[in-house]
Design a protein around this ligand. Structure first.
Ligand SMILES: *[C@@H]1O[C@H](CO)[C@@H](O)[C@H](O)[C@H]1NC(C)=O
Ligand SMILES: *[C@@H]1O[C@H](CO)[C@@H](O)[C@H](O)[C@H]1NC(C)=O
Ligand SMILES: *[C@@H]1O[C@H](CO)[C@@H](O)[C@H](O)[C@H]1NC(C)=O
Length: 358
């Protein structure tokens, strides 16, 4: 083969492999871990349960839609893309010792974001992860970025059964054998120790009613596709016709200090709890996992990125260093002990905690 032909074939291969759809994947360091929830419990100090929060430092107990303008009120963000002042949060994972006390599980950075202090990995996808180059009809579909004041919630903090959580698509866990493990995903907590930690995956609905920035449930203004899935390019329902980016969070809970079988619950012949992890709401099944989002990108930065062919990296967006991300933080305005061996989860009466049945 002539050299130029080889070079031509390589160029063609690379062109095929280069995805046409935009996908942002970026790390965000921890902003704060505290009992506030401006979406579900606005104005309430402390909120019902503990959260871990990332993003812009305008996060506060009350964030009135539109009026609280995240990009202008924030002076820094913990996210890699410097124009992203959104806030993203989830519940916090605890380990429950045999003696009934709780210890907060630390968060670890994802592959590619080493050195980031705690936090999460955030994705905004125009099309499904891994469908690039497959010529799928879903590829390169347009998405409309969120509008200022937009917020949403996925998941339900009160759920305790698999049937309930199945209402949501893809709120899952990955038992990490290594940091790079990506399957299988389960709906409940892993039932065996996970050597490299537990990754909690939260994928939000991808269709919007096109009108409301929020709704009383914080969920009804968004929807899953009418048929199929986001991954299969399923169309949005008539009630929610606007295709929005697939927002996804990955949180790596570093369970390595708690993986010794001697620390795990004793096998119980009558069934019941077989693993020691519990969400900050008191959920020991994993089915109550949930994620909250408040859009806060500066101007049209997110729309421009979604209209581009940015893939993971995005040179058109302003990027900050891990050191700059780590420097941005927020004072914990609730000030309660969240790091000792706790006799109760913050805000949770353990006598009222349901014991999960398998
Ligand atoms: C949070 O809001 C209160 C008013 O509700 C304000 O006094 C305070 O400065 C805000 N905190 C931050 C960190 O912006
Ligand atoms: C409870 O168990 C944990 C883990 O084994 C241990 O570190 C802690 O000191 C214990 N607390 C009490 C009060 O025994
Ligand atoms: C075993 O599990 C059952 C059902 O969850 C529970 O009621 C019981 O207390 C457990 N027993 C022990 C020894 O943990």
């Amino acid at each position: 083969m002539h050299l130029h032909t080889l070079a031509g074939s390589l160029a063609a291969l690379v062109a095929l492999a280069t995805p046409a759809e935009a996908l942002l994947r970026f790390g965000c360091a921890q902003l704060v871990v505290q009992r506030l929830d401006p979406l579900v419990n606005p104005g309430q100090i402390p909120s019902a349960h503990l959260h871990q929060i990332i993003g812009g430092n305008s996060f506060n107990v009350t964030m009135t839609p539109v009026e609280h303008d995240l990009p202008s009120l924030s002076t820094c963000t913990t996210c890699q893309f410097a124009d992203d002042f959104s806030n993203y949060w989830t519940a916090v994972l605890f380990f429950r010792a045999r003696n009934g006390t709780y210890k907060r599980v630390p968060q670890a950075p994802n592959l590619g974001f080493e050195g980031t202090r705690g936090g999460m990995t955030v994705y905004y996808m125009q099309d499904a992860l891994f469908n690039s180059g497959q010529g799928s009809k879903a590829a390169a579909s347009k998405v409309t970025a969120f509008k200022p004041g937009f917020r949403m919630l996925v998941g339900d903090a009160s759920f305790s059964t698999r049937a309930q959580t199945s209402k949501y698509r893809q709120l899952t866990y990955t038992c990490l054998q290594q940091r790079s493990t990506r399957s299988p995903e389960t709906l409940g907590f892993p039932d065996k120790p996970c050597p490299a930690g537990i990754m909690a995956n939260i994928r939000f609905p991808t269709c919007w009613d096109g009108v409301n920035l929020d709704s009383p449930t914080h969920q009804d203004h968004v929807s899953y596709p009418a048929e199929g899935t986001f991954e299969s390019g399923g169309a949005c329902p008539d009630t929610h016709p606007v295709r929005i980016p697939q927002l996804m969070y990955e949180t790596i809970w570093d369970t390595s200090a708690f993986n010794d079988p001697e620390l795990w619950p004793l096998a119980n012949a009558t069934g019941g709890v077989q693993q020691p992890f519990v969400w900050s709401m008191g959920d020991r099944t994993g089915y109550a996992t949930h994620g909250d989002y408040m859009f806060g990108w500066k101007k049209d930065a997110l729309q421009r990125a979604m209209d581009s062919t940015c893939y993971v990296n995005c040179p058109m967006l302003k990027t900050q260093t891990v050191a700059e991300q780590n420097k941005c933080s927020l004072r914990d305005s609730v000030q309660e002990d969240i790091d000792g061996w706790l006799t109760e989860l913050p805000g949770i009466d353990s006598s009222k905690m349901a014991m999960p049945m398998n």
